[in-house]
Ligand binder design. Structure first.
Ligand SMILES: [Zn+2]
Length: 255
């Protein structure tokens, strides 16, 4: 599943990494440069293997033709597709991630604690894939500070809470703006409740602060957002209705 749209003069393609549910990856084609934001789950998740590479190839885009990969954070469903058989999938690409995210995972944190809500195999995947992938990417991974521009108008902005080094990617081109907000919100039912947090949010206090700040700004400026786990392609705008926010999906012209 692909959806094409433009931000200024940038050709953007949203690619679904899954058949069911949502993992919305973004490909940006800037002049002479292909940039991918997040990489799906790859082959790591046996239940819902990542379809990103297959779908890019079907669209005529080979993995070696990707110049840059930006990782919003290192949870398995965002970084898993960056590694295949222990090697970088996008072999020629420089990979960018916030330094705080690399430092968080280097400590091998227990991201998910034991719980009757999921089995041990899933918990192991969530906890062990990210540091393993970060190690496997070490030759091509740049741990950068917030504000770093990967290309003109494309910058990683700190959005801590979901994970300590979570980033929102701001894309500004020709008067248009898109905030790729990844996992800032991941359940459409909860957008209206600004204090909602879930087990996947590492810091429940910080995540609410970050979410409020970004959503307040996005709603005031009517900024286009792209969210990773909202129904494909995950594009829409938020409006502040006083107590919370409402989400209006952005209708795209047929590709
Ligand atoms: Zn996610």
């Amino acid at each position: 599943m692909l959806a094409r749209f433009r931000i200024g003069d940038l050709n953007c393609t949203a690619v679904s990494d899954v058949e069911q549910g949502a993992r919305n990856v973004l490909l940006i084609e800037a002049p002479g440069r292909r940039i991918l934001i997040d990489t799906g789950a790859g082959s790591a998740h046996p239940g819902t293997p990542g379809l990103l590479v297959e779908r890019l190839k079907a669209a005529g885009i080979e993995p070696w033709s990707i110049d840059s990969v930006i990782l919003s954070h290192a949870d398995f469903d965002h970084i898993g597709g960056a590694i295949e058989a222990g090697r970088p999938t996008f072999a020629r690409a420089e990979h960018f991630i916030l330094r705080a995210e690399v430092e968080f995972w280097r400590e091998r944190p227990e991201r998910l604690r034991p719980s009757p809500n999921y089995d041990e195999a899933f918990r192991n995947l969530v906890n062990s894939l990210p540091p393993t992938a970060i190690d496997a990417l070490s030759d091509v991974l740049q741990a950068v500070e917030p504000g770093t521009e990967v290309a003109p108008g494309i910058a990683l902005i700190a959005a801590p809470g979901h994970t300590p080094g979570n980033a929102v990617v701001r894309i500004v081109a020709g008067g248009d703006e898109l905030l790729v907000a990844a996992d800032l919100l991941y359940d459409p039912a909860n957008i209206k409740d600004p204090d909602w947090v879930a087990i996947y949010d590492h810091d429940a206090v910080q995540v609410v602060k970050t979410r409020r700040a970004i959503l307040r700004q996005a709603s005031a400026n009517q900024t286009l957002l792209m969210l990773y786990h909202l129904p494909f392609p995950g594009l829409g705008r938020v409006a502040d209705d006083g107590a919370g926010w409402s989400w209006t999906p952005e209708a795209l012209p047929p590709a």
